[in-house]
Ligand binder design. Structure first.
Ligand code: ATP
Ligand code: MG
Length: 566
């Protein structure tokens, strides 16, 4: 959807503000959904009291004749019923091909691609947003799905507001505010469509959020690995605020995250928390403040901190709070999407690198190694045929032994690149072989391994990417122990319980300061691998003492994947 499209949607939205009611807002939602996704038709189904069928059905894109021809409202059978029974986004290339398809009644315009998203109001199923016939595309895209999810989120908030604020005047006012949030929501939805860079989305959320509630400044604190980090800010903020951390236990933001409720700076004991543990400690001054948690599907991603209203401030109104909460819901959706896209990209990159290593290992094995072996054979034969006392024989003998060394070196390089044992025999033999190789190179390694599959407790092996991650973490830790710590002994423990694979590598080397910055990739790589597997990673070391690397991965077995998808 281009800028002109958005402006026209917003223009219409503003022009109807004067006699705004919920119906108008819902119509706006339908129009926006169509414009954002390029759908020919959009509809909004409201569930009946039993939540098994539809009580109402609003449409957009149908001309009056078509609407009349359809006649009765869909009852919520077929594919529409699927979304009622299982309120999760549903995207289909061909709605008629879905096993639950009920077929269209006579006179109904033909429809092919389909996208349906549930609307929750105050956490309860309320209805669904349906789109059909992606124009100029075979089917709706993932971006379309995200955009519509945001609109559905928004519609839920608008409906909730309309219900809570009865009385024509207050309701109208609440809805006016909600349309302003729709404006911001659409912009965020658009940004996510074209942009999955988390930093840029945060930037945009900060700017739009600040403008939405006329704040002097708006700061986003993002949860990253058990830390609350200043991830973006807009407006008047002290320099050098980016990437500083605030206390996760005692700050106001932490209270917002714990309770999943907005907090106000003016309330006790928030003021003291802010000054002592939060942004106040980092030099941000505030008379009033509003903190809204960024929550998506019950999971908190961070907090929006709005500081000092500029007009009629500095306190923020109840409307501001509703607005920022509605906006926060969309922003959290955007953030969740971008974060998972970023993780997918990193996962793909790792998988590609692993694949490439495998390719190199095969190539070196099949070409170079075989070539060297052939050469050694030839030279050995020549040596056997040589006359006693031939002056060349000594040189050939030396060459044969040198080639032997090269072959051994190349073999171990190939195994490091991608151990065949890992693919063919499994994780345990691969780790044991790794330990044996380290021992041959002067680092004595003891292994204690207890893996569920290897001990016949589960039928399936760990997922390949999980096996690779465990293997690579151990490999890097042992290499570091030898290379940097000059360790003589190391202990590798791999223990799998019902939920996790716990990995521990201890070496008796020189130790180091894990906080010190380095330009190596090893530690970074271990951390990234564990993160991408939703695991945790830690290093315990001080100079002059042993080093302990621990990593813990939630277990996932091949058979479980089959169970959950099949
Ligand atoms: N077990 C260890 N004992 C002592 N020092 C260590 C140990 N592990 C890591 N270090 C220190 O941490 C630094 C960073 O390690 P990292 O593995 O990230 O990088 P690297 O080994 O220097 O390079 P790369 O792994 O990219 O080849 C090392 O340079 C070393 O100073
Ligand atoms: Mg290293």
């Amino acid at each position: 959807m281009d800028d002109r499209g958005i402006r026209s949607v917003l223009g219409v939205a503003r022009s109807v503000l004067s006699d705004l009611d919920l119906e108008v807002v819902l119509e706006r939602v339908l129009e926006s959904a169509r414009e954002l996704t390029g759908a020919r038709y959009a509809a909004l189904g409201v569930l009946d009291e039993s939540r098994t069928g539809l009580a109402r059905f609003l449409t957009a894109g149908l001309d009056p004749q078509a609407r009349e021809a359809i006649g009765v409202l869909p009852r919520g059978r077929g594919v529409l019923g699927e979304l009622i029974r299982d309120p999760r986004p549903l995207r289909l290339r061909e709605v008629g091909a879905h096993p639950r398809s009920y077929g269209f009644p006579g006179g109904h315009p033909p429809m092919t691609s389909f996208l349906g998203v549930p609307i929750l109001v105050a956490g309860e199923p309320y209805g669904n947003l349906y789109l059909t016939d992606a124009q100029g595309a075979e089917e709706f895209s993932e971006d379309d799905e995200q955009a519509v999810m945001m609109l559905a989120e928004f519609a839920g908030v608008a409906i909730d507001h309309a219900r809570r604020y009865t009385g024509a005047e207050t309701q109208r006012h609440a809805l006016q505010q909600t349309v302003a949030a729709l404006d911001a929501t659409i912009q965020i939805a658009r940004a996510v469509g074209g942009e999955t860079d988390v930093a840029q989305i945060l930037e945009l959320v900060a700017k739009r959020g600040r403008a939405l509630v006329s704040a002097r400044a708006l700061v986003i604190e993002q949860l990253r690995e058990n830390q609350l980090v200043v991830a973006a800010a807009a407006g008047e903020i002290p320099p050098g605020l980016a990437n500083r951390t605030v206390d996760l236990q005692h700050s106001v933001a932490s209270a917002a995250l714990r309770t999943l409720r907005s907090q106000r700076l003016e309330e006790e004991p928030n003021r003291a928390r802010f000054e002592r543990h939060g942004l106040g400690r980092l030099g941000v001054t505030a008379t009033a403040g509003l903190l809204v948690p960024l929550v998506y599907r019950g999971h908190a991603y961070g907090v929006l901190v709005a500081i000092d209203r500029l007009e009629d401030g500095p306190g923020f109104t109840a409307d501001d709070q509703r607005l920022l909460e509605a906006f926060g819901a969309s922003a959290a959706t955007a953030l969740a999407t971008a974060e998972s896209a970023a993780a997918d990209r990193r996962r793909q990159r790792l998988a590609a690198a692993e694949h490439e290593r495998g390719r190199w290992a095969r190539e070196l094995h099949d070409e170079t190694l075989q070539g060297l072996a052939g050469l050694r054979l030839g030279l050995s034969a020549a040596l056997r045929a040589a006359e006693p006392g031939d002056p060349l024989a000594d040189a050939v003998r030396q060459a044969v032994s040198q080639i032997g060394d090269e072959i051994a070196g190349l073999r171990s390089l190939i195994t490091d690149l991608r151990p065949a044992a890992l693919d063919e025999l499994g994780l345990e033999p691969a780790i044991v072989a790794l330990a044996e190789r380290a021992s041959r190179n002067g680092l004595e390694v003891d292994c204690s391994i207890d893996l569920a599959h290897e001990q016949q407790r589960t039928p399936g092996r760990l997922l390949p990417e999980l096996e690779t991650a465990v293997y690579r973490v151990i490999q890097e830790a042992l290499t570091n122990a030898r290379k940097h710590g000059h360790a003589e002994r190391a202990v590798v423990e791999v223990h799998e319980d019902a939920t996790h694979v716990n990995v521990r590598i201890r070496d008796d080397g020189d130790g180091f300061d894990p906080q010190a910055t380095t330009d190596g990739f090893g530690l970074l790589g271990m951390r990234e691998r564990t993160q991408l597997a939703d695991g945790s990673f830690a290093i315990d070391s001080t100079p002059g003492r042993e080093t302990v690397v621990t990593a813990s991965f939630p277990t996932r077995h091949a058979d479980e994947v089959w169970k959950s998808t099949g």
